[in-house]
Design a protein around this ligand. Structure first.
Ligand code: F6P
Length: 550
């Protein structure tokens, strides 16, 4: 029993009903489901904004969907959703509201945290960002020597990197191609070195993105970037103001670092790091694509926010996608979830989703701190589809593991491509459609034999099929569509965390490694005797020092 009187998830009748249903449907065959219902292909679809979502190729029946929705009702997913949108402190372990949705609320909206409407502050920061981005893009904002900014380097990690870095790739066709925009995250000095080695400091703007402004990787890189700049310009600290801006919630630390708070773009503790890319953290993207495109992207987020908030359970896409993940993870023992975009521009999309999903739902205690007795978040993985086809799709098609997958594709190639390259789009999309068909329906031994394949090869050339996929198709990959896609996944992750009764908004699991790294460092640099080092780590540290000639 939970403190609020609710039964624990795996003791609810709704959970048991799903477990029984799983027994009943047994090895449900997609071939049979489609044969039994010719309308299934068109029937199991949803339209959300510009996203056409086909979920017909899932191992589900109407009954499965009904039982999953009952589980969502029993776990009060919509109640928690409403509490989130209202600004209640649903991040229980940190005592914080979870209001990334307020970042894209319209100017007139009212969203209160501790009795204060946060929307005006959101729009004030957006306006300041727009002003600054406009001045950089037009050349009005100049560096210390008076030269215009041609290079923008975002220094941040995790949620302060993955979002803008991903979105910059996605929206490349919308970017100012005269600007060089790079992203540095790794504390490996090679990252900053490669990002700056061919840049002119006089024309380079660093954006230091860190919610806390204490993250060691980011502060270390930002410190090195400042040295690189001052060395290159042969200037003193006074040059920093024209070449460094900060994106943070922590004005004290920003000042301590030497960045004037006049050059700081603020966000708030009710924005989680992995949910922050449509806050000030998006400044590098806004400089690249301009404020209007950025606002179009926010409009896209809002389309899906409104849908999630208002659509009934039967037609609610994030709810549906979240529940499908519960179905496979908890009742089929699927351990992972692949996201396979058929767009070169989405090359970093899955890496972004990894943090969104795995940092949110990689938890093993419930909201009250008790060990969960059910599986939680999956391993999320994937790369652009056609490349994956020649790498790991073999395992999805013929391996022993169940890998539910999302296929994301677009009807139109980007406008910039010449005719010959644009013509390749049909081939790309032919692969997109062919793969979901092959995964769902496979190839029977009889079909293989009918092709004259020798008997000893029949088993090898048979495809079991029955691999579940969701297909998401939109006309084109626009800023709005990107916003819609991200919000769709944000809310899907939310739904799963709500069902699993975990806090999707903390990330304590990242802390231990951080603390230990700080403790171990003096052992590497000074050979210090660090108490508490285990024998294996001690021996490896000694080997490291030997190899470095220390
Ligand atoms: O990985 C842990 C984490 O706290 C993420 O949640 C966050 O996005 C990242 O570190 C960076 O944190 P900050 O923006 O405070 O530098």
């Amino acid at each position: 029993m939970n403190a609020d009187g609710r039964t624990r998830l795996n003791r609810t009748p709704e959970w048991s009903a799903l477990a029984e249903h799983r027994e009943d449907v047994g090895e449900v065959q997609l071939r049979e489901l489609f044969a039994a219902d010719p309308a299934r292909g068109a029937g199991y679809t949803l339209q959300v904004g510009d996203l056409h979502i086909d979920y017909s190729k899932h191992l589900i029946t109407d009954e499965t969907l009904r039982l999953l929705r009952e589980l969502a009702a029993a776990t009060d997913v919509f109640g928690l959703r409403d509490a989130m949108f209202r600004g209640e402190k649903i991040n229980v372990t940190e005592g914080r509201a979870v209001l990334h949705t307020a970042l894209r609320a319209p100017a007139g909206a009212v969203v209160e945290v501790d009795g204060e409407n946060v929307v005006p502050a959101v729009h004030a920061v957006l306006d300041r960002m727009a002003d600054f981005a406009g001045r950089v893009r037009s050349g009005e904002w100049t560096g210390h020597t008076g030269r215009r900014i041609r290079n923008v380097v975002n220094i941040g990690i995790g949620g302060s990197d993955l979002g803008p870095a991903m979105a910059y790739e996605v929206l490349r066709p919308y970017t100012d191609r005269e600007l060089t925009v790079r992203f540095v995250s790794n504390v490996d000095g090679a990252d900053l070195h490669e990002a700056t080695r061919d840049l002119d400091p006089a024309e380079t703007l660093f954006i230091v993105a860190s919610k806390t402004f204490t993250t060691i990787e980011t502060i270390t890189n930002a410190t090195s970037a400042r040295s690189w700049l001052l060395r290159g310009l042969k200037a003193g600290e006074e040059a920093v103001a024209r070449h460094f801006v900060a994106l943070s919630t922590n004005s004290e630390k920003v000042t301590e670092f030497g960045i004037d708070t006049a050059n700081m773009f603020e966000f708030w503790d009710w924005v989680g790091g992995r949910y922050s890319f449509d806050s000030a953290i998006g400044l590098s993207l806004m400089i690249a694509i301009g404020a209007d495109r950025f606002r179009e992207m926010l409009d896209g987020f809002r389309i899906v926010d409104d849908h999630f908030r208002t659509a009934p359970a039967e037609a609610n896409a994030p709810l549906l996608l979240g529940l499908l993940g519960v179905w496979y993870g908890n009742f089929f023992d699927a351990q992972s979830h692949a996201v396979l975009p058929y767009s070169h521009y989405l090359s970093k999309f899955t890496a972004y989703l990894q943090q969104l999903d795995m940092e949110s739902n990689g938890k093993s205690v419930d909201r009250e701190g008790r060990p969960v007795q059910w599986q939680t978040g999956p391993v999320v993985w994937g790369t652009p589809g056609t490349n994956g086809q020649h790498a790991y799709y073999q395992l999805i098609h013929q391996g022993t593991k169940l890998v539910p997958a999302d296929f994301i594709g677009f009807a139109e190639p980007v406008a910039e491509l010449d005719d010959e390259l644009a013509a390749q789009h049909d081939l790309l999309m032919a692969n997109f459609f062919a793969q979901t068909q092959a995964l769902a329906f496979g190839k029977t031994p009889e079909e293989v034999r009918a092709e004259g394949v020798p008997e000893e090869l029949v088993a090898h050339k048979t495809f079991r099929g029955n691999h579940p996929t969701t297909t998401i198709l939109a006309r084109a990959l626009t800023p709005s569509v990107l916003g819609q896609l991200i919000a769709l996944y944000e809310h899907k992750v939310f739904v799963q965390g709500a069902v699993w009764d975990i806090d999707s908004f903390d990330q304590w699991g990242v802390e231990l490694g951080k603390v230990l790294a700080k403790r171990v460092e003096p052992a590497l640099t000074e050979g210090a005797d660090v108490p508490g080092l285990d024998a294996s780590t001690q021996a490896m540290v000694a080997k490291y020092r030997e190899l470095r000639g220390r």
